[in-house]
Design a protein around this ligand. Structure first.
Ligand code: EPU
Length: 302
């Protein structure tokens, strides 16, 4: 009898992760779970807590760099929690709902709020956990509440204020966002949100390397400055180690030219950090999350 026997229907063992990240990188998950409901998620987290394990939640795999090894911590993915409902400006979406689809659907329906987040990849849960955003807004501007399962399997709703949104993050403890409620505004001109989405996608298509696998912006912007611009000024665009290359289009993206290895990515990042610190005295902060195999897999019993 092993700890995961009760979850056979939702467990894939030794699941490759590469196709689940926008960087197209990552080793394998020893235990990969796709819960079908909030209750099932809560049950799973209770068992994981009982076993003394830590776990990871994989959203749309954007902004995430996963190492090439075998990841022993259970990984939870909400591909089966992807419901979507819209009544007027009130939207409810499962954590696994594709965010670009939400952007397209709500804009098509003539509602403002998500339209300004066009071009951001990921799933609803991850978008919220990262407080994803950019020049035109952040998800926190439209979140009304979330449903959250904490690390002990307790389910509860948290209002926007209780989430503690900050720049590219939240104050949430360990756990999983399983559902998100948004409040959008009807546009005066119902065609406007759709046009704004098209404009933003066009602008981003010219300024960002959207055709190549990447993790989006690698670093946060220093206050009042742009990391991409600094990297460009230092002549680091095009810097390449193995198949990891600083994009020639936007300096805050590192693209995978084919078979980039985790160590090559880290080395490109470290080079940028060193050069920016040496020349500007700025310590860049990483925006991307990094998952290392072997970290956190305490007390695993098979
Ligand atoms: N710039 C350069 N060279 C570059 C990149 C940018 O000179 O290689 C200049 C641009 O011309 C512009 C300024 O720097 O004058 C700012 O650039 P941009 O508008 O591209 O915005 P950003 O600050 O680099 C932020 C977000 C992006 C988001 C865009 C657009 C961060 C770290 N980045 O980028 O988010 O897509 O605004 O909304 O907050 C992400 O978070 O993964 C991401 C890509």
């Amino acid at each position: 009898m092993s700890w995961h026997d009760g979850f056979r229907d939702i467990l894939t063992e030794n699941r490759p992760l590469r196709d689940l990240t926008t960087w197209r990188m990552g080793g394998t998950a020893r235990f990969f779970f796709e819960p079908r409901s909030i209750d099932e998620t809560a049950q799973l987290l209770r068992v994981i807590a009982r076993e003394g394990l830590s776990f990871l939640v994989l959203g749309g795999g954007a902004n995430l760099l996963i190492d090439d090894g075998v990841h022993l911590s259970p990984i939870i993915h909400f591909s089966k929690l992807a419901e979507f409902e819209q009544h007027g400006g009130s939207v409810t979406a499962g954590a696994g709902r594709s965010f670009p689809r939400i952007v397209a659907d709500t804009a098509q329906a003539g509602f403002e709020g998500c339209d300004v987040l066009a071009g951001i990849p990921g799933q609803m849960g991850g978008i919220c956990a990262m407080n994803a955003g950019g020049r035109w807004g952040e998800i926190k501007d439209v979140v009304r509440k979330i449903t959250f399962v904490d690390k002990d399997g307790e389910v509860g709703d948290l209002s926007r204020d209780a989430i503690g949104f900050r720049y590219r993050g939240t104050a949430l403890p360990q756990g999983a966002i399983v559902r998100v409620d948004l409040e959008l505004k009807p546009a005066d001109d119902p065609g406007a949100p759709r046009r704004r989405v098209a404009e933003i996608l066009k602008t981003k298509g010219a300024a960002q390397p959207l055709r190549e696998p990447s993790g989006g912006c690698v670093f946060k912007n220093p206050p009042g400055d742009s990391t991409g611009k600094i990297v460009e000024t230092l002549g680091l665009k095009g810097l390449r180690i193995g198949d990891a290359e600083v994009s020639t289009i936007h300096g805050n993206f590192i693209v995978n030219k084919g078979c980039a290895r985790f160590d090559d990515m880290l080395e490109v990042m470290a080079t940028i950090e060193r050069r920016v610190f040496d020349s500007r005295g700025i310590r860049l902060e990483r925006e991307v999350k990094i998952w290392r195999s072997g970290v956190g897999a305490v007390g695993l019993k098979g």
